[in-house]
Design a protein around this ligand. Sequence first.
Ligand code: GDP
Ligand code: MN
Length: 377
Amino acid sequence: MKLQEYRAKELFRRNGCNVQEGKVAKTPDEVFDIAHEYNGKVVVKAQVLVGGRGKAGGVKLAKTPQEAREIAQKILGMDIKGLKVKKVLVTKAVDIRHEAYFGVILDRKSKKVVIMASSEGGVDIEQVARNTPEKIFKVYADPFLGLRPYAARYLIEKIYDNPDVIKQGIDMLQKLYNTFISVNASLAEINPMVLTPQGQLICVDAKIVLDDNGLMKHPELESWRDPDESTPEELEAKSAGLSFVKLTGNIGCVVNGAGLAMATMDLVKHYGDEPSNFLDVGGSSNPKKVISALRIITRDPKVKVILFNIFGGITRCDDIANGLVEAIEEFKPTIPIIARLTGTNEDKGREILKKAKIHVFSSMDDVVKKAVELAKN
Ligand code: GDP
Ligand code: MN
C-alpha cells in the first residue's frame, strides 16, 4: 500500500524527523487560506501516488496567497501519469542549499534491509542508480540490532562534511529507519532531504510503501489507503476476499491456490497467449466467491474464455464442482468455460461438471492448450 506524501510525512513527524510544515487542501480557496496563514512563500504540491510530480508541473512555488490560489486552480484536477489530482499539500517553502537522497528498502536479494544515501538528491534516483551507481552509498541493517550508529555515520559522512550537519544527518537517518520498521514498510524514502543555507536538514518529500502483509498490525493505517492505487476490479476483488491482479490478456483464470495460479499463467504464456488476470479463489468452494470472480473477469471485453484450474486437496473436488455449477447457473456467462479438475474426489467432481455441460480435463497441459485455441477463434 502506497502512502501519499502528506501521510508519509505525518509518519516521519511522529518518529521525530524534522519535516517541512504543511497542510492538505482540496480547493483553491483552502490553499489561499493556508498560504495566508503561513504568511510567506509556499509550495503547492499535487498529492498523487507517482514520482516525478515536479517535472510534470505538479509542484510549484508561490510567493503570495493569491499566486498560491492560481497555481492550485491549475494543479487540482490536473492529470499526472494517468492520475487525477484531487488534493494538494501546501507547505512552507524552504530555501535549498543542497538536496540529498535518503532511502530504506527491503532488499530481497540480500534478505536484509538496505539503507541508502546519495548526494544526488532531488532527481529521479532510479536514473542515478542506472547511470552513476557509484554515487549511491549503501549499508545493511543488522536483523537484530537494526541500523547501528557507526553504519549511519559511515553513510552520512559520504554526503556531508560539516560536523553539525553530520550529527543531524545520522539522527534523521536513524529516525527514517525507525519509521520504516515501526509500520512494516517495504520502502521509506526522503528525496530530497534538503540542507538549508542556515545549515538545517529538512525532509521536503516523503514516500512510504507499506507491506500489505504487515498491515494487520496497523489497522489504523488501513483508512489511509488511496482508492486510486488499485483498479476498480482489484478493489471489488479485495472486498470479495479474492487475491486478484488485473492483467492484459484474453484468458480469464480462476484458480485455487497462488502457486497453481502462477503456474497456470506461465502455461498460458507458454502456449502463446496471455492471461487476463491472476486470481486465487483460495481453498474455498463458496459459490459467492466464484460469482464475484466471474463478474470481475467478464467485465473486460477482451476476455474470450474462462479457464478454471482446480486442484482438490483438503477441499474436495465434488465440493468445488458443486460451487462452480451453482455460480455458473446464477451468473450465466456468455463466453466458453472450460475446467481442469484433479485431486481428492475428482471422479465425482468431474461427473458434476459434465452434467453441467462444462468441458472438463484432467491434465493442465490439455486444458490450457484448449483455452488458447478457444481464445484464438
Ligand atoms: P517529486 O518531483 O514528485 O519528487 O516532488 P518533490 O517534492 O521532490 O519536489 C520536486 C522538487 O521541487 C524538489 O526536488 C525541489 O527541488 C523542489 N521543491 C520542493 N519543495 C520545495 C521547497 O519548499 N522549496 C524549494 N526551493 N524547492 C522545493
Ligand atoms: Mn521527490
